[in-house]
Design a binder for this molecule. Sequence first.
Ligand SMILES: [Zn+2]
Length: 238
Amino acid sequence: MTTVLAGVLAGVLAVAGTAAPASATLPDPRPGGDPIPARTWAPSQDPAAPTVLVNKARPLSPTSWAPDDLVRPDVRALGEHDRLRPDAARALERLAADARDATGHELVLASGYRSVEYQARLYARYVDGHGRRDADTFSARPGHSEHQTGLAADVAEAGTPYTDLGSTETGRWVASQAWRYGFVVRYPEGQEAVTGYSPEPWHLRYVGTELATGMHLAGTATLEEAFGVGPAPDYPAR
Ligand SMILES: [Zn+2]
């Protein structure tokens, strides 16, 4: 890491650790708007690590892995999948509180942790309805879903479908501010060939503030790019 980036990061993280609303206290640290050169981070093999990489090329290991420390964040949930890992839950609570302060809208949790068994049923249902090829563009196969880590949250603006998040005030706020809370918008527009998924403005992945801030400063769009592992548009041929 360069000294400049380290200094900026240290400053950002120091401020982000205070209790004040991050959106009100944190300036955008990019000097002159120039992106800082990207650095490569190391993905973790540990499914419990916030830097674990899960995509079509890299299933969870083991594929049946389940977290043992799930909690319910103090954020209104829309369904039964209302739990997250503790750090992701606390970060989502702060994100939702600041989103409400900034936009006046309530941010709700549409889907958090999903077990491998549930993901298998969900994916099978999508394949039945849309065919495998289409289903693979918007639903992960079991063992390949970030929701199985307990670090992913599909969020919505209260009163609107989560799939509409991108066109809501909450969605615009989330897109520009999520990094401050340690989240990345995991499947951005224009990155389909890298992530293998259609854009999902609602799918937030908790990676921790260090990586999320580093990616924001560098203008890095995907975890594949941040980790320097190459695109994962498809599942390996069997
Ligand atoms: Zn999702």
